[in-house]
Each structure stands twice: as structure tokens, then as C-alpha cells.
Design a protein around this ligand. Structure first.
Ligand code: ADP
Length: 362
């Protein structure tokens, strides 16, 4: 024990560990969320490891820990609670040599509902909260990610040492706003897209996973082509997915397409994480997706209003601006990111493992 004799580090650790996480509803000790604990004359410091990033209910989490620690260390000059991202995931893509904790697909039943915009906003929100994020634009029919992230040109290929002295050429993803990005759009001319068939898509997607230098990632988001099951099937055969986010607009017709997308994901055995209602508001109405999510028994992941800021910042390739303090859509986007991260963490827990399985790649 250092310094202050009155404070017992183990008692502090136990107190923090007994706190029930407000989002995951289990004790922090069971969730392995208590990191470093120090107690000294300058005060007490407790590190909380976050299994999902961004984590919902951060303020409540911090208050609960602070209260519990203060109860066992009332004499502490200061109680400091810090948070470190330590995203949990499935051991996914192992055979491809990927070191990615969670792969998630963003899909829709039809084009034009804002699927790419939502995929980009999700990537940004997670990255800003401290997660390591990659984005694969597999929407060969309308690859808008290069525009949204201001990237162009085929990725550089670098030869890297492989096992047994071999040399492996690997594509270097573009990095924009701290996100590693790769897109079908970087490899094809727009007029070529229509002739792409299943086997070509399969090959390209396989290469995106296998031959790209992703490094270690917490979340790898795949922007899917709308409707078609080809890419979803490839994806489900290649990697174990954390799940799919289905984006739709609130009108009844669009919801029917979303229902088809959900069935398609279910058919290829990709779990559906839930539905996002985009462009919610006066023009298209609101609430339809939430109701449909209930009927389809999938979680509702939030509603993003129809707002000129989204189109303007998207056109300008400035998606991070949507998270600026004065952005009118910052809060709904943050809520969506938190809900998606939470759904992933909860689905890991629901897999029957009493504790979240850890893929330690730190
Ligand atoms: P998809 O990937 O489904 O084809 P996009 O993400 O390319 O759709 O979005 C289509 C258009 O709608 C883009 O111009 C985009 O900026 C705009 N958009 C997307 N979501 C919103 C929103 N919530 N409010 C206003 N415009 C939006």
C-alpha cells in the first residue's frame, strides 16, 4: 500500500466491481470492466474498461462508480474515474488473418434511404469515441464512401513479411478522419458497376478482407449494396459477423423493403442488430420503423431526422462535422452509435457465455 494508510486498494476495487453497469445490467467485476486501481495520498483513481465504444449512460456509470468508491474511501482527497476503450468481440475472421473484433454490415432494402450516410456516420461516431474503426464500401452499385471521406485513387500496395519468410502484398487502406477506408469505387469506373456479377463481387470482397492491411480494429463496418443477397452471402461465408444494421425511411413502402432486407440477412444467417429510421420527420413521417422493428422482433436503433445539414456535410465530404457541438443531428447520431455498440456487446453476452469472450489483441 502506498501513502494513505486509510485507503485499501482492494476495498476500492471490490466496491467498483460490485457496481452494476447501467447499460449492461451486470456487475463491473463480472464484465471484467475494472482496470487499474490506485490509492495514494493524492487520492483514489479507478480505471473502467469499456467493452463497447461509445458506451451508453456514461454519466450514470461514472456516478455509480464514484459513489461506490467514495463510500469505501471517504477520506480520499480526490476520486478520479477514467475510461479506457477495450472493445470486446467475437473471434471473427480468424482464418483470414484478420485482427478485427466486430464486423458489422449496414444494409437497406433499396437505394437512396441514406444507408451510406448512416454507415459513414456510424464509423465517425465510433472513431470519435475512441474505437479503432475501418470501413469497407461494398456498394458496387453506388459507391459513395470515397466522396463522403474525400478519398480517391487505388490503394497503395506494400509487400509485408508473411509466415515462413514469404512476402505478402497488402493494400493500404486510405485513412480519413481517423478511419481506415476502402471502396469498390476506387477500383471501378461508374459505368462498369452494372456488369459486376456475383463471382466478381465475391472475389473483390474477399480481397478487401484478406489482402488489406487493416491492423487491429474494434469495428469494421461494411456498407452493403442495397437489396441483393449476393454480397451478404459472401460476407456470411467469409467472416463471422457481429450483425447487420438495416437502414430505412419511415414510409410504408420503404418499410416493406426493409422487411425484405431483414429476411435476406436472416436467410444467410447474419444476425440483425436492429433497424435505424433515417430521414424521419415532416416529409416522410416518423415512428414507422420503430413499429416495424417491434413487429419483426428486432431492436430499434434510433431515428435520424431529415436535416439539410446531413446532405450538406455529406456533399462536402465532412461527415465528422455532424458531430460538432452545434450540429442539429449530433445527439440522434450519438444515440444511434451508442445503441449499436450496446447491441453488439449484449449479443456477445447472450451467446451463452457468462462473460464476454475476449479477443485480446492489445
Ligand atoms: P444510400 O446509400 O441509401 O443510397 P445515401 O447515403 O447515398 O443513400 O443518401 C442519399 C442522399 O440522401 C444523399 O444526398 C444524402 O446526403 C441524403 N441524406 C441521407 N440521410 C439524410 C438525412 N437524414 N437528412 C437529409 N439528407 C439525408
Amino acid at each position: 500500500m502506498t501513502g494513505n494508510q486509510a485507503i485499501d486498494e482492494q476495498a476500492v476495487r471490490n466496491a467498483a466491481g460490485a457496481v452494476v453497469d447501467p447499460a449492461l445490467n451486470q456487475p463491473l467485476s463480472k464484465l471484467e470492466m475494472v482496470g487499474q486501481v490506485t490509492a495514494g495520498p493524492e487520492g483514489v483513481s479507478v480505471e473502467i474498461l469499456l467493452p463497447m465504444v461509445p458506451a451508453p449512460q456514461q454519466q450514470e456509470r461514472e456516478e455509480r462508480v464514484r459513489q461506490a468508491v467514495t463510500n469505501v474511501a471517504p477520506s480520499a482527497a480526490k476520486v478520479e474515474i477514467t475510461f479506457t476503450p477495450r472493445v470486446r468481440g467475437r473471434e471473427t475472421g480468424g482464418t483470414l488473418g484478420l485482427r478485427v473484433k466486430n464486423i458489422l454490415a449496414v444494409g437497406s432494402g433499396k437505394g437512396g434511404v441514406g444507408k451510406s450516410t448512416i454507415a459513414a456516420a456510424l464509423a465517425c461516431g465510433m472513431q470519435r469515441a475512441g474505437a479503432r474503426v475501418g470501413l469497407i464500401d461494398a456498394d458496387v452499385y453506388g459507391p459513395s464512401i470515397p466522396h463522403l471521406f474525400h478519398v480517391s485513387g487505388q490503394p497503395e500496395v506494400i509487400e509485408q513479411p508473411g509466415p515462413d519468410g514469404t512476402v505478402i502484398p497488402r493494400m493500404q487502406p486510405h485513412v480519413s478522419a481517423g478511419i481506415k477506408v476502402i471502396s469498390m469505387g476506387l477500383f471501378i469506373k461508374p459505368e462498369q458497376a452494372v456488369v459486376w456479377r456475383g463471382p466478381m463481387l465475391h472475389k473483390a470482397l474477399t480481397q478487401f478482407f484478406k489482402d488489406t492491411d487493416w491492423g487491429e480494429l474494434d469495428y469494421l463496418i461494411v456498407d452493403m449494396p442495397p437489396g441483393t443477397g449476393d454480397v451478404a452471402l459472401t460476407l456470411s461465408q467469409l467472416v463471422g459477423l457481429a450483425g447487420a444494421v438495416v437502414v430505412c425511411t419511415p414510409q410504408e413502402v420503404a418499410l416493406l423493403d426493409a422487411v425484405k432486407a431483414i429476411s435476406m440477412f436472416r436467410q444467410v444467417k447474419i444476425p440483425v442488430l436492429g433497424m435505424v429510421e433515417n430521414m424521419s420527420g415532416e416529409i416522410f413521417g416518423r415512428g414507422g420503423a420503430q413499429q416495424k422493428a417491434g413487429e419483426m422482433k428486432v431492436p430499434f436503433l434510433g431515428e435520424i431526422p431529415i436535416d439539410a445539414a446531413i446532405r450538406i456535410q455529406g456533399d462536402a465530404g465532412a461527415i465528422p462535422e455532424l458531430y460538432a457541438e452545434n450540429s442539429p443531428v449530433r445527439q440522434p447520431l450519438m444515440n444511434m452509435c451508442e445503441t449499436v455498440a450496446l447491441e453488439i456487446a449484449q449479443s456477445l453476452m447472450a451467446d451463452g457465455t457468462p462473460q464476454l469472450p475476449t479477443l485480446e489483441i492489445l
